[in-house]
Design a protein around this ligand. Structure first.
Ligand SMILES: [Zn+2]
Length: 220
C-alpha cells in the first residue's frame, strides 16, 4: 500500500502516495466535463489550433483472450475514433477547471492548446520515437478483492488493468480509463484522486463522455 499514489475513478477510494505509481480506483466515469461553450466569453475556436491525428497502437498486450480481447479491441477502436474527432479537440481546448478558468489543473504550465498538441503528438515520456501513436503496453491481472481499476508508474510504459473492472465496466469507461492511464505516459499527473480537473482525469472524462454519446446515438 505504501507505494501507491493517485487514485482515479468516480468512486475515489484509495489515494495515498509517493512518487511514481498511479493507482486508479473506482468504477465508472460519471463526472460531467465542464467546458466553455460557443458564444461564451473565453471560448476558443478549434480552427485556431492545428488538428492532430493519432493512431492507437497496441504494443504488448497480455492476459486478454477471447471475449476480453474483443472488448479491448472495441475500446481501442472507439478511443481512436474519439480522440481524432473535432468534438474532442473542442472539449480539450475549452476545458474549464474547477475555478472556471480555461485550463487544466496540474497542467505543468501548459495551456489547453499546448496540452491538445502534446496529446496528439503521441510521444510517451519513455517512447519518444513513435510520434502520433498512442502506444499501449497492457497487462490484465486478477485481484478480485481489490478496488483498484488499474495502476501504472512513471518508470514503465506498462499499464496494469484489474480484470474485475475491465469485465464489469462499459466500453466508454474502459476507453476513458485507457485515455487516463495513457495521459500519465505523456507526463501528466494528478495531485490526488479527487483532482478531477487534472489532465488525466479531464481527458479521461472527455473521452468517456464522447464515447457514451456516440454509443447512445447509434454511431458505433
Ligand atoms: Zn491517474
Amino acid at each position: 500500500m505504501g507505494k501507491w499514489i493517485f487514485g482515479l475513478g468516480l468512486i475515489f477510494t484509495l489515494s495515498v502516495s509517493y512518487e511514481t505509481q498511479f493507482e486508479e480506483s473506482g468504477s465508472e466515469f460519471t463526472t460531467p466535463v465542464k467546458s466553455f461553450s460557443l458564444h461564451e466569453k473565453g471560448y476558443l475556436t478549434p480552427d485556431s489550433v492545428p488538428t492532430g491525428r493519432l493512431l492507437v497502437v497496441p504494443m504488448q498486450v497480455t492476459g486478454f483472450d477471447g471475449e476480453k480481447s474483443v472488448k479491448l479491441e472495441s475500446a481501442f477502436r472507439v478511443l481512436e475514433d474519439v480522440v481524432n474527432s473535432e468534438e474532442f479537440k473542442e472539449k480539450v481546448l475549452n476545458f474549464k477547471n474547477r475555478k472556471g478558468e480555461r485550463a487544466f489543473a496540474s497542467n505543468k504550465g501548459l495551456t489547453n492548446e499546448d496540452i491538445y498538441s502534446k496529446f496528439m503528438d503521441g510521444r510517451e515520456n519513455l517512447q519518444q520515437d513513435t510520434p502520433n501513436e498512442m502506444n499501449f503496453f497492457l497487462k490484465l491481472y486478477n485481484r478480485p478483492w481489490s478496488r483498484v481499476i488499474g495502476y501504472t508508474s512513471g518508470s514503465t510504459n506498462l499499464i496494469n488493468i484489474n480484470w474485475k473492472y475491465f469485465k464489469g465496466n462499459p466500453i466508454h469507461s474502459v476507453a476513458a480509463n485507457l485515455a487516463h492511464e495513457w495521459v500519465h505516459k505523456i507526463g501528466f499527473d494528478h495531485t490526488s484522486a479527487s483532482e478531477s480537473d487534472s489532465v488525466p482525469y479531464g481527458i479521461g472524462y472527455i473521452v468517456g463522455e464522447l464515447v457514451k454519446a456516440r454509443l447512445s446515438s447509434g454511431l458505433y
